[in-house]
Ligand binder design. Structure first.
Ligand SMILES: *Cc1c(COP(=O)(O)O)cnc(C)c1O
Length: 421
């Protein structure tokens, strides 16, 4: 995604500071854990240490408070979190889970890991999130859940999605890896579904290198996720668990050093997101008058946390191609962080060829629906057009932009647009 322009002489991004939310607070917290010698206290058998060490539990209680949920559970990555979530819902082999194609591959992989089948539903042009009006036509007797993603930092239409899910008796998972501290009608994005969560990976707003946070208000789902996180099968007996479905465990445990740092990162979340928001509002003020460039659209009653600054190109006004615009931006000094398109998961080779586990069509081969499922180009026209032609992103989370840096970015766009229209 980070492309290097051919003419590097005036690359303005070379001057930008890299984004780094880690400070002395995290450093001191990590050192304290190191000095204690207890870097993880998890034990994979039933007992008090089944739930992890002091810092892990302290972090989870702090996350519950911060996100206003009954239960928060730390994991070693948000990919692990998505796997826990699918497993906890009791998804069966051959079941179908509806999701957006405009997201990271971890979303569809988590579904496949339980031998369930991802069914893609197209996205909305403005928010890039799953289009609720296109969900119902994909629901059938094998459908069990909807996975909605709050992509780039903007909440999905969670109320509509929950309404559809309740009507058809489906569960909902939300992936807010890119949208921490984003709001939907004053409610915290990521906390409204059956299970939600956030990433603590290096590239995200707050991080601990690797890590993830699961959130839920459902005690049973919480219990099942704690089991999957820590070798479920070896503890279900002593713990008296009777529902054995999907109780094949993993080691998804979060470390004490990371948890200590995560506690400090959590305190900074709000101010870090607010700074990103300010930067992006300034970008929009500087760019919104450029003809044929569509700056981010934020739905009423929503706030954006801007993991990515998403733009669109209107080629009924711009008489050129995205490739040419990207080349011109690079020529004027803006190459790093520019995204030509994003992701169309349904077009990945694994879906085109239906090869996931083994080489012979599993898990699609489990059901007639799976065998017949169509992943061809054309099933998600909005996502496909954005990816191939009209989406232009800027990876705002790569940098710690000063007000001058923002001005420099705006200036590059203006120089290019003067030559365009
Ligand atoms: C980063 C990301 C993930 C994966 O999170 P990790 O912590 O890196 O495993 C999943 N979904 C989305 C939308 C992401 O941006």
């Amino acid at each position: 995604m980070h492309r290097q322009g051919k003419t590097q002489k005036n690359n303005i991004t070379d001057r930008f500071n890299k984004y780094n939310p880690i400070g002395n607070e995290e450093k001191n917290a990590a050192i304290k854990v190191i000095e204690s010698g207890v870097l993880s206290q998890f034990v994979g058998s039933w007992g008090p240490d089944f739930y992890g060490g002091k810092k892990v539990q302290e972090f989870e209680r702090a996350a519950e408070k911060k996100f206003k949920v009954k239960y928060a559970l730390s994991v070693n990555s948000w990919t692990s979190g998505l796997i826990c979530a699918i497993g906890a819902l009791g998804i069966e082999p051959g079941d179908e889970v509806i999701l957006t194609p405009w997201t990271m591959s971890a979303c569809s992989s988590a579904i496949l890991h339980y031998n369930a089948i991802p069914v893609f539903v197209d996205i909305e042009e403005n928010t890039f999130n799953i289009d609720p009006s296109k969900i119902e036509e994909k629901i059938n007797s094998r459908t069990r859940a909807i996975m909605a993603v709050d992509i780039f930092g903007h909440s999905c239409q969670i109320d509509q999605i929950l309404r559809i899910a309740r009507k058809h008796n489906l569960k909902v998972i939300t992936d807010s890896a890119q949208a921490p501290w984003s709001k939907n009608k004053n409610r915290i994005t990521g906390t409204l579904a059956d299970i939600g969560g956030f990433s603590l990976n290096y590239h995200k707003h707050i991080h601990t290198g690797e890590g993830g946070i699961l959130v839920t208000n459902d005690k049973d789902l919480y219990d099942r996720m704690t089991l999957i996180r820590n070798h479920a099968e070896s503890v279900v007996g002593p713990m008296g668990v009777t529902n054995l479905s999907n109780m094949v465990g993993f080691n998804f445990r979060f470390g004490e050093i990371e948890a200590a740092m995560a506690l400090e990162q959590l305190k900074k979340l709000e101010s870090l997101v607010e700074r990103k928001r300010d930067i992006c509002y300034n970008l929009t003020t500087g760019l919104k008058n450029l003809k044929g460039l569509i700056t981010p659209v934020i739905s009423e009653d929503n706030t954006h946390s801007f993991y990515i600054y998403p733009m669109k190109l209107d080629f009924s006004i711009l008489k050129t191609t995205r490739k040419e615009i990207v080349r011109m931006l690079a020529n004027e000094g803006l190459s790093e962080g520019i995204m030509e398109g994003y992701v169309n998961l349904h077009l990945l080779p694994m879906f085109q060829k239906k090869i996931a586990f083994g080489s012979n069509g599993f898990p699609w081969s489990l059901t007639k629906n799976g065998m017949e499922l169509n992943y061809s180009k054309g099933i998600c026209p909005v996502a496909e057009k954005l990816h191939e032609e009209t989406f232009l992103g800027f990876e705002i989370c790569l940098f710690e932009l000063s007000d001058d840096d923002v001005k420099a970015i705006i200036e590059v766009f203006h120089k290019v647009w003067q030559k365009l229209v």
